[in-house]
Design a protein. Structure first.
Lengths: 301, 357, 505, 314
């Protein structure tokens, strides 16, 4: 079969956790030989629209990216190139005929990691370091907090945003400050938090990517995001000529394999593992829905 | 021994030829990273030209990128003319943008003929206020404006994030830290169908022309030049130096504010904290390349925008890292800087003791 | 004293763009000799010495310096380091001191190896103190140089040279900023050192010093050496003729009755940053048709007085009346409006904006004038025509009125300022060092213009360090000393000189 | 109020302050040396990036930690030399050259990093400097835990404060650097090279700045990220003036800024619900400006700062 021409546009470097998942899924597809993959990273929002148009002009069949900063403009571009398929990370809905959206809907595994954390904390204080308080971050934090509270009603949270996507030293300092304030489990939304956890010997919960290999003995559980389901579905649709405007968000749900939980069973109490596994099954069976809350989380006090 | 002497006679060909030659040399240097990344430089240059001049779209994109640079370039050029070192155009840009969305995003539902000028004026006023503060601290306390304007950039950016999560936050924005969009009638009209280039460019060009004219022809410009070139003599001659500095601070800040207005009301429609990829800082570079002349600012802004857009587009076409664009821009800057030096000075190598000329 | 040659300059030439600063100048200096180098401003004296010391690289010519054993050897040019090593020390016309460092650091700067981990400050101090004791040149070693008086700084400059074991000492106008007493002590010390073999070249504009302290005189004019003579055979008139190339013109002035007061200072005090720019309860009256000469040793409050009259500083106490009406909050603009014409002391720094055109500099004080602007826009044709006329009337020569003012020579810059001031027919004129740095012809022109204004009815405050100039032009002379103004009531040189030194009331 | 007091009395707070201050100490010292010699170095932000990248990269390639420190310093020195050539013998605008160097150094670092590592999804890690747990000393009350949680680079920074102070004030070289920043003619007239001193000072200062960057990737963290310098270089430019160009005060200023930042993080965790987090983020900058306004009156600039000097010209 013809390879599908895919171009991706990222506003941050491909190391960024969120983006790395898309990048990885696309690289996998390219390695499989399904697609020709090119990308531009660190594209300023000002330039984003130009890059979209350039790729569209160059004949990309599927353009993947994130349009959180330019929802409107991106949809305008899509309208100008009706023959190109757009699959964009977005907070809003799809637009016919060719503008589809996705997002990292991994609130389900986040809830499960919350359960692990809630059970693991002895001080009943959990620290959470975030980048910016945007909905995709807030949502996962709330799910995590809900999960923790479900097993440990006494747990308190300390929440901090460092207002940067990329400042591991700062995230680390923030984490240290929380540990000083009694946190013994850390929610590691940013790079740097797990490192602090390692240094102080406390536990951490991963998000989006699996870093347990880098921090053995520290990461008790992680909520992973897998873009493969989303990307593969989109490629399949483009190749088959059936791409339509749709919300691909569901492909990040656990049921589609877009989200998953990993546990380090050597670090988690067996009864917790059992409880979490049970809840996981409930979610997969559609018996339990994790609440979605996009508000900025704040510390308990 | 090497000596450096000002050139007695500067020829036109040199004044024009050297910057062009410097740019060419910069491109030659760009071959190094290109080859390091495994790309063929010759093809790359072709792609670069195509990226700027290859289509109306490409050209319009270059103009779009140049627009804010003209504003911030003018902001720096005028302030620097008076030896007021405004490094804070980045922050002032955001102040202007904040003012624009504060009035334009539904707070006042006025017809476009009223709303657009109002947005423009208030945006400029906000930028001006942003420069008035450090100027006051300078004239009252002697606090160095390089530092205060630099630090204010950070403060304003953090303030912006606070506003975007607070009063300016779009209630329909699904929680994103972004402002509500400016009303349609409040937007600066686009110049071409399906292109992003907008009437902010016209405003920028007009202001550059006005600045050029006022600097050369007006009493205000006279005072400004006198204060910048020799503040002691200006003061002795009865020119109110502090007032002149304040005047130019207001105008400089205002121009930077307009850069923000133009980006938000001409391009994006709403405000996020990543509106500007450093336009304020690049404006300083533009101004210095232009020799602080307003018309020169337009040329320098077009040059920088061309290099960036061209190199950016080329990096995609060649499949090399898109960080190449910034690299080519910075190399061009350094080369043109040295070129400007060579146009102004002669470097004389002389043996010891013997006649050199 | 022997007459072995310790220094020879052979055919040194130097051009700066179009200016020929030195043209084939040769000189020699004997051991223990004091050579005075004379010439008008811009004659090329400093340039010649800067080539000797290695600051400037000559376009042609060589320098030979005797080593310890007395053998002349060529000096590598263009390297101050080499000159210092060869025993040449130079005290520059303008201080070359780091003001944030103390005298000790300034003196030892460059004398110690930069790579050393430690400095031997104690040893250095002991050596400097020995030199100070021996030469009689004393200065505090621990205070930042920025806080020293000019006299002390001058001594630090000389100590710098002596510390480097200078056998040839070049002094470029060492006494320009000193009081006569300080100058005498300085020369006495230097004279004493010459008996031990130190050779000295000194540059000065003060002929009496030259006659009193030098052994030989060399004169430069327009970059060429025009003559040399033994001091014992020289007199002032002969030297002046050699310097200028002609007899100096005399200015004629007629007697005139003073009119109404045009400037009245009453108990005016100014708190300056230092003693030097302060005024204490100064009283001063200048009448129409009168030139008031303000004599004094530099640094006694002249600039404070000038700043008050030109509106640059606001007095802390007292009243200023111009033409009978009080000026409440003086500013340069108010003073101009009140009819005060100001000729600043430092014409490059305060007089002109060098980067702007001659024409623009001619109107810089009258930007509100409808002849210069209408509705905020400059009337460029009117300004240009006006400038052409003014340049013709005041003989401002140069590359044209549209050229940047910095391209004018010093004399023509002064003419530009005179034109700007006199054109407005001011009631009161402040002339602060109006002929400093001008050649005889240009200086005579300034005098003529001032007398003309006096005739017309202006009152003039003439501040000058040149007593001869004051005695030649002023109707009345006051002395400024330590921020206070004292009437002299006479034109007697001796008496005024003593009052300047604070030794007579 | 009690909270703040508790925070201020805790060892971990002061340990954090010192840690946050470390890159700033390197940066301020570097900027201070350049400015003492009369040259403003706005290239600092980019030199931080280059230091962070090169130091990390060298270690990652197997050079060893101190090899990485050396590489970072060399890279900083290289960009310093570039700035020096542009601003000293050529006398070009120090502002523009500095901003140009920042842009150049940053983009070179990013481009090199990406070209060398095109396909990483998570930045490779190195084994960073570990806290030096010195026996006996670490048992000191309060001071022990504060000081001895720090890595060798923090110790190096502290030693640099003393070293820079010593060189500037106690050696002939330092005196000459101070002189060239005050009045280049004073140096020229004593037979020293103005160009040599200035270029040397800028190169040395830039090498120090690069160590500030290296601290970020080799001690504060263990990998290189785009954008991780995050304005720290600019902060140093402000701190130099706050410090009146004195190494001792520079240490104080950096610690103060570090303390504000550490306090900010802690207050945010305590009071985050009441006050927007940004208020705390802003505080160090606002306090810096306030400190500057207070210090400005007494700030005596190196008189020759920003003034180009050409030999044989007046
Ligand atoms: N570095 C320079 N660049 C350009 N022109 C110079 C330079 N140095 C000296 N000149 C010019 O050379 C000429 C001689 O200057 P010089 O300083 O030697 O005179 P001088 O005899 O020492 O005068 P003065 O008595 O005022 O000190 C002047 O016309 C001066 O403008
Ligand atoms: N920087 C310069 N560039 C071009 N020309 C200059 C420059 N400086 C001086 N000149 C020209 O060189 C000539 C000599 O200038 P200089 O200042 O040495 O005159 P001068 O002999 O001191 O005259 P005056 O007695 O009027 O002061 C003048 O005609 C002047 O216009
Ligand atoms: Mg001289
Ligand atoms: Mg002259």
């Amino acid at each position: 079969a013809e390879k599908v021409k895919v171009a991706a546009i990222y506003t941050l470097p491909v190391e960024q956790q969120w983006i790395s998942r898309i990048h990885k899924a696309l690289n996998t597809a390219a390695d499989r030989g399904d697609i020709d993959y090119t990308f531009s990273e660190n594209v300023a929002n000002t330039d984003y629209e130009r890059v979209m148009r350039e790729y569209a002009e160059q004949g990309a069949q599927l353009i993947v990216g994130e349009v959180f900063g330019l929802e409107r403009a991106a949809r305008k571009v899509a309208k100008d190139y009706p023959d190109t398929a757009f699959l964009m990370g977005s907070s809003f809905g799809p637009v016919a005929p060719n503008f589809s959206v996705f997002d990292n809907w991994i609130h389900e595994p986040s809830y499960l990691t919350g359960m692990v954390a809630g059970a693991a904390t002895e001080s009943n204080v959990i620290g959470m370091v975030g980048g910016y308080a945007i909905p995709e971050v807030n949502r996962l934090m709330h799910a995590f907090m809900d999960g923790a509270r479900s097993v440990n009603p006494d747990v308190k949270f300390i929440v901090n945003f460092i207002d940067s996507w990329y400042d591991p030293p700062k995230a680390k300092e923030s984490a240290f400050a929380m540990m000083d304030a009694g946190a013994d489990v850390m929610y590691a939304e940013r790079f740097g938090v797990s490192d602090a956890a390692v240094e102080r010997g406390v536990k951490a919960v991963g998000n989006v990517i699996d870093t347990s290999g880098d921090y053995p003995g520290t990461i008790v559980a992680s909520a992973l995001w897998h873009m493969e389901a989303t990307i593969d579905k989109a490629i399949e649709n483009v190749a088959g000529g059936s791409f339509e405007a749709a919300d691909y968000g569901q492909y990040s749900f656990m049921a589609y394999g877009g989200g998953s939980l990993v546990l380090d069973e050597s670090l988690v109490a067996p009864e917790t593992v059992t409880a979490v596994k049970a809840k996981e099954a409930e979610i997969l069976d559609g018996l339990f829905r994790v609440n979605v809350n996009d508000d900025r989380p704040v510390s308990d006090n | 021994m090497i000596r450096i002497e000002p050139r007695q006679h500067r020829s036109r060909t040199m004044d024009l030829g050297i910057p062009v030659l410097s740019a060419v040399i910069a491109l030659a240097f760009a071959a190094i990273p290109l080859m390091a990344a495994g790309a063929n430089p010759i093809t790359a240059y072709g792609e670069m030209v195509k990226g700027v001049f290859g289509s109306v779209f490409a050209l319009s994109e270059m103009l779009t990128r140049a627009t804010p640079l003209i504003f911030t370039g003018l902001a720096a050029a005028l302030a620097f003319r008076a030896k007021l070192w405004n490094i804070g155009a980045e922050g002032q840009l955001y102040l202007g943008a904040m003012a624009a969305v504060a009035v334009g995003a539904g707070w006042l539902d006025l017809p476009g003929l009223v709303l657009v000028p109002l947005i423009v004026i208030l945006g400029a006023a906000a930028g001006a206020a942003g420069m008035a503060v450090p100027t006051y601290l300078k004239s009252r306390f002697g606090a160095d404006e390089v530092v205060t304007t630099l630090l204010l950039n950070f403060i304003i950016l953090i303030f912006l994030q606070m506003m975007l999560e607070g009063p300016l936050k779009d209630p329909m924005g699904l929680g994103w830290p972004q402002s509500a969009p400016i009303l349609d009638q409040g937007m600066l009209p686009p110049l071409m169908d399906r292109m992003r280039v907008h009437s902010g460019l016209i405003l920028a060009l007009v202001l550059a022309a006005v600045a050029q004219f006022m600097l050369a022809r007006s009493v205000w410009g006279f005072r400004l030049r006198a204060v910048g070139e020799n503040a002691a003599a200006a003061r002795h001659a009865g020119i109110n130096v502090k007032r002149s500095l304040f005047g130019v601070a207001i105008i400089s800040g205002g121009l930077a504010g307009l850069a923000g207005v133009s980006e938000v009301a001409g391009l994006k429609g709403y405000l996020t904290a990543d509106l500007s990829p450093g336009f304020g800082y690049t404006g300083i570079v533009v101004a210095m390349l232009a020799g602080l002349s307003p018309v020169g600012v337009v040329i320098a802004a077009l040059f920088i925008a061309s290099v960036f857009v061209g190199a950016d587009s080329m990096s995609r076409a060649m499949g090399v890292s898109s960080f190449l664009a910034d690299l080519v821009v910075s190399m061009s800057l350094l080369c043109v800087l040295v070129g400007g030096f060579i146009a102004r000075y002669r470097i004389i190598r002389s043996g010891t003791g013997r006649a050199a000329s | 004293m022997t007459d072995t040659t310790v220094l020879r300059l052979n055919g040194l030439s130097k051009r700066f763009g179009p200016v020929v600063a030195n043209d084939d100048v040769s000189l020699s200096l004997a051991r223990g000799e004091v050579l005075a180098l004379l010439g008008e401003n811009g004659a090329g004296k400093t340039t010649l010495m800067n080539m000797l010391f290695g600051h400037y690289l000559p376009d042609a010519g060589t320098v030979e310096v005797a080593d310890e054993a007395g053998h002349l050897a060529p000096l590598p040019l263009g390297h101050p380091q080499a000159a210092l090593a060869a025993g040449v020390g130079m005290v520059h016309q303008h201080f070359t001191l780091a003001e944030n460092l103390n005298a000790l650091d300034n003196i030892t700067l460059g004398a110690e190896p930069l790579r050393a981990i430690r400095r031997d400050r104690r040893g250095a101090r002991a050596r400097i103190e020995a030199i100070m004791a021996h030469s009689g040149l004393k200065a505090p070693l621990n205070v930042p140089v920025g806080r020293l008086s000019v006299g002390e700084r001058q001594r630090v400059e000389i100590l710098k040279a002596l510390y480097r074991d200078a056998r040839i000492l070049v002094l470029d106008e060492p006494t320009a900023v000193l009081t006569p007493q300080e100058a005498d002590t300085l020369f006495a010390s230097i004279k004493a050192m010459t008996t031990e073999g130190l050779s000295v070249i000194f540059i000065s504009h003060k002929l009496h010093e030259v006659l009193a302290f030098s052994d030989r005189i060399a004169v430069l004019r327009h970059g060429r050496k025009v003559g040399e003579m033994a001091t014992s055979e020289a007199d002032e008139a002969a030297i002046a003729r050699m310097m200028v190339g002609a007899d100096t013109p005399r200015i004629a002035r007629s007697a005139m009755a003073p009119g109404a007061p045009v400037l009245h200072l009453q108990g005016v005090s100014v708190a300056g940053r230092s003693q030097r720019d302060s005024l204490k309860q100064a009283d001063l009256t200048v009448h129409a048709h009168e030139i008031l000469g303000v004599a004094g040793i530099s640094g006694n409050g002249q600039s404070a007085l000038a700043n008050v009259i030109s509106g640059l500083s606001v007095p802390t106490a007292g009243h200023i009346r111009v033409d009978g009406s009080e000026i409440p909050r003086p500013s340069p603009a108010r003073m101009v409006r009140a009819g005060v014409g100001r000729i600043p002391e430092d014409r490059h720094h305060e007089g002109i904006v060098g980067a702007m055109s001659v024409a623009e500099n001619m109107v810089i004080e009258r930007l509100d004038d409808p002849q210069v602007q209408s509705r905020g826009l400059l009337r460029r044709e009117a300004i240009a025509t006006h400038a052409e006329e003014l340049a013709r009337a005041y003989d401002v020569r140069g590359p044209g009125v549209t050229a940047p003012a910095r391209l004018l020579s010093g004399g023509n810059i002064q003419k530009l300022i005179l034109a700007r001031v006199f054109e407005r027919a001011p009631r009161l004129i402040l002339a602060n060092q109006p002929t400093r740095g001008l050649d005889m012809g240009a200086a005579a022109e300034v005098g003529r213009r001032l007398l003309e204004a006096r005739e017309r009815g202006a009152g003039i405050v003439l501040i000058s360090e040149d007593l001869d100039e004051i005695l030649g032009l002023a109707d009345r002379v006051v002395v400024i000393r330590d921020g206070q103004i004292v009437e002299t009531g006479s034109h007697d040189r001796e008496r005024i000189g003593l009052m300047m030194a604070g030794e007579a009331a | 109020m009690m909270d703040i007091l508790n925070i201020l009395l805790s060892e971990s707070f002061w340990a954090a302050s010192l840690r946050i201050a470390t890159p700033l100490i390197f940066g301020v010292l570097g900027a201070l040396i350049c400015e003492r010699a009369g040259v403003l170095n706005l290239g600092i932000e980019g030199i931080f990036v280059v230091g962070a990248m090169c130091g990390w990269m060298a270690v990652w390639l197997g050079a060893g930690l101190w090899g990485g420190v050396l590489m970072a310093a060399l890279a900083g020195a290289f960009f310093g030399l570039l700035h020096a050539i542009l601003t000293v013998p050529l006398g070009l605008s120090q502002h523009v050259s500095g901003l140009g160097i920042t842009l150049f150094a940053t983009s070179v670092s990013y481009f090199t990093y990406r070209t060398a590592l095109p396909n990483v999804s998570s930045p490779p890690r190195i084994e960073p400097f570990q806290p030096l747990d010195l026996p006996v000393l670490s048992d000191l009350p309060f001071l022990g835990p504060v000081l001895f949680q720090q890595t060798a680079l923090t110790w190096l920074a502290l030693m640099m404060v003393g070293l820079v102070w010593y060189v500037l004030n106690r050696t002939a070289l330092g005196v000459a650097i101070q002189a060239v920043g005050d009045n280049p003619d004073s140096v020229d007239a004593q037979g020293l090279s103005v160009y040599g001193l200035r270029i040397g000072a800028i190169v040395a200062g830039s090498a120090l700045m690069a160590l500030g960057g290296a601290f970020l990737t080799m001690s504060a963290f263990d990998a290189f990220f785009f954008g991780m310098v995050n304005g720290r270089g600019w902060v140093c430019i402000a701190l130099v003036i706050f410090a009146s160009w004195r190494p001792g005060k520079a240490l104080f200023g950096a610690l103060l800024f570090g303390a504000f930042d550490a306090l900010q993080v802690r207050l945010q965790t305590e009071m985050g619900a009441l006050v927007p987090g940004q208020v705390f983020l802003m505080a160090p900058y606002i306090l810096s400006i306030m400190a500057l306004v207070i210090a400005a009156r007494s700030a005596d600039y190196p008189r020759a700062l920003l003034q180009p000097w050409f030999k044989g010209q007046r």
